[in-house]
Design a protein around this ligand. Sequence first.
Ligand code: ATP
Length: 272
Amino acid sequence: MTDADLVETVELPLTVHGLETRGVSAWFGERKVLDRVSLVMPAGEVTALIGPSGCGKSTYLRILNRMHEMVRGAGLAGQVLLAGEDVYAPGRLPAKVRRRIGMVFQRPNPFPAMSVYDNVAAGLKLAGIKVGKAERDDLVETSLQQAGLWAEVRDRLRSPGGALSGGQQQRLCIARSLAVSPDVLLMDEPCSALDPTSTRRVEETIELLRGRLTIVIVTHNMQQAQRVSQSCAFFLASHDTPGRIVEHGSTEDLFERPRDQRTADYVAGRFG
Ligand SMILES: Nc1ncnc2c1ncn2[C@@H]1O[C@H](COP(=O)(O)OP(=O)(O)OP(=O)(O)O)[C@@H](O)[C@H]1O
């Protein structure tokens, strides 16, 4: 048997696209917070962004789906490519980019008074997608299944989203994002407000989604980065130096065989 035979091959649907940035820098007013960040986030994989607080991970994530430009005074240079196409090309609508590159935030933010069903269907509505009732039913069910929540809510689709547990609410938000069939899902510390059991369930959902779409996750939890991601990028900034990637590569290499001493210190919990 050769080494090649041992490599697990995951067959990707043709529709799964990867994401790449080339020389991305960012500013808030005069202050530069990211410096020439180049990174490939492979199709169908989970890429974890790690690093101490304030090094620019969330800013970088928000650049990927054009949310950074919503902040007054925010500046940007460089390129973001989805399936090789620049998401900042002239004429590309930010709303369309955000439909292809969805996002889940630190705190679950379902519409609390809206039913579970309507919360997922809201993903379609917000994206301006009109479908008939039967197709909507299908999409809601499929999205909840992909988010690993269907079995828990199939009998309470008409209950308010706000009545679910924190972890269920986060998976409901994931289902809402999935309803529009995005290419990429960005997750900004999606488990930081959750207890360990709910965290596990969200991690299982991430595992379920792997291979179906490309995922980029910001996490402060080193065990989580190791559990859920296949590749990993370590960001670092200092008081007078904007955030940069110190090291990136396979998650295993980054944690087991870091090339840079700062990476070794960070993943071992010696700072940050
Ligand atoms: N809206 C904003 N206006 C001005 N400065 C901002 C804004 N958002 C973030 N910053 C600054 O940009 C830098 C990067 O912040 P960012 O939130 O991206 O870091 P982070 O690595 O995600 O931090 P954390 O892990 O604490 O969430 C920080 O110095 C922060 O203070």
